[in-house]
Design a protein around this ligand. Structure first.
Ligand code: DQA
Length: 147
């Protein structure tokens, strides 16, 4: 069991944060977010393992890994796979670790194809619309899952 470990998994195109549609996603890079989250985790007595991939199967594998290692929680920004991936839905169901869905933007206030999330129904909860702060709020939620 890794009771203090929180995986922070990021899906497609999130490697481009900072330069990708800054009006929507802000100017902070994923490295900026990782650095701040690391400091926050340390203050909370947690460790984070932040990863990004543009490949759906990597995210599936990492969810399985979080399950096998008995992580405290997974914070998941699945990017566009949020709206399409039955494989991620099934992987979340297959593990005992609670998953917190995050988004920088508020998908419900955007195009109709973003209004459906295949993650939400199997996530412990969802946080969206607060920019990079969505991740910080998710980490605060994760620490409260510790018994
Ligand atoms: C996103 C929202 C998704 O709709 C989009 O495809 C992304 C980013 C967000 O963080 O706001 O890639 O997950």
């Amino acid at each position: 069991m890794s009771a203090n470990l929180v995986f922070v998994l990021n899906g497609p195109n999130l490697n481009l944060l900072g330069s990708r549609e800054p009006d929507v996603y802000g100017r902070e890079t994923l490295d900026d977010i990782a650095a701040r989250l690391s400091d926050q985790a340390e203050a909370l007595g947690l460790a984070i393992d932040l990863r990004q991939s543009n490949h759906e199967g990597h995210l599936v594998d990492w969810l399985h890994e979080a399950g096998a290692r008995g992580a405290l929680a997974v914070i998941l920004n699945a990017g566009a796979y949020t709206h399409t991936s039955i494989a991620l839905h099934d992987a979340i169901k297959a593990i005992a670790v609670p998953v917190i869905e995050v988004h920088l933007s508020n998908p419900h206030a955007r195009e109709a194809f973003r209004h459906v999330s295949l993650i939400s129904a199997v996530a412990r909860g969802s946080i969206c619309g607060f920019g990079a702060q969505s991740y910080a709020l998710a980490l605060d939620a994760a620490v409260r899952l510790r018994q």
